[in-house]
Design a protein around this ligand. Sequence first.
Ligand SMILES: Cc1cc2nc3c(=O)[nH]c(=O)nc-3n(C[C@H](O)[C@H](O)[C@H](O)COP(=O)(O)O)c2cc1C
Length: 419
Amino acid sequence: MDGDDQGHWLIGRAEIDPGLRDRVADDYRRLARAGPPDRYHEWIAERYGLDLSTGFAGHRLSNPWAKASGQLSMNRQQVAEDIEAGLGYIVLKTVIAETGDGAQSMSAWSIREARMLVESITSRRGERGWTVSWKGRGWWGTFAEYLDLLAAAREDAASSQTLIVPSVKYHLPAPGESEWLVEEYEHTTQKLVEAWQTTDDSPMPLEKDFSPTLAGSGHARVRETVIEWLRRVPALIRGAVDGGRVVVGLKIFNALFDDEFQLALLRSIQEADGIEATDWWTYGNRLFDPRREFDGHRGIAYGGPDLSDRNLRVLSAFQAEVGPAMRPLAATGNINSGRMALEYALRGASSFQLHTFFQLPNERYALTGGTRTQKALHELYLHPEDGLVVWLEHLARRWGLAHDPLRFVDVVGRGRPDR
Ligand SMILES: Cc1cc2nc3c(=O)[nH]c(=O)nc-3n(C[C@H](O)[C@H](O)[C@H](O)COP(=O)(O)O)c2cc1C
């Protein structure tokens, strides 16, 4: 197996200049008490000679950190805090698509379920981590409320560099069905673009959430059905509005099938052409355990190290197949350190969508004041053993990368550092 026996490539301690290690450790401790500087990303970039900028959905981002879609991007206050914290982008909670008369084919996803439990979890190979147990699904407010949130978030982000990204669950025909409810695609996409364009008329990035509609199903016909979904959906979303007004991303789930099936999904994304092609893909949403229970409900999604192990394994195999031709990738799944983020980056990810790491118990973060997002960023950048700064420097030394400044994008998709 590659790297360590779990397939990780960044193992042990970062090999860097001891003076730099001390400086990082010093900043980590000092800022934990004093609080982060106002423009934290810029401060990090300047202090350590880094260029953190990256690309996403045709936009230039000042840094690769993003809020993944979910319970932490449900209202204006949450979004405003993340803009303040300078995230590269924020994916809003997934809304359930509807037609002009308010009908939702996926209405089963629109249920109110506020209770969440952040729990420690031990992975199959015995690593400890965190998962969020929850039995809810998509946005439970009205579509009009979602449009208001999108317009307000756009307005709040207008004077910042943070990009706002709506997320949608549209109709998908079940195995054996052939009809697509095109009107749901049309109405929902048109309304979202209208709300988006109250601020400016740039193309709207939209993430289509596939998870985990059939994640719990082991039915053989499901395989062809899912591949057909991935092929049809980008064209349906694009076709809903005038050319070029929407940029489409597909968020891919982890099915109960084997890795070979995941690879088949990724190949079909890679091979799609013209209007069927996705502009980016997000990989990979949480695992599903049909036996795991929460609040009297059996069969829930979970995360933690099992999730990143599986994602990294599949992405390594996919990268070995497609190399630098890989379509733009955003990573999600147990990104709990700068080191883990770079594991995904080496396999092609140019941005990182986090959920669980933004909701750990307060005592898990060194920063005493500030929002959860600020606390998390502090760990992600500056943790002396696991942070992005030390591991990016490790890679720069490994490959002799220029420091004028050291560019994050230069490690994206670069593959194993020990080869
Ligand atoms: C409580 C909770 C709610 C979520 N809701 C959504 C959602 O509405 N849409 C979506 O695409 N992903 C949703 N997710 C998945 C996250 O966006 C993320 O991709 C996943 O949890 C993996 O990242 P993490 O390990 O950092 O949590 C949710 C995750 C959690 C924990």
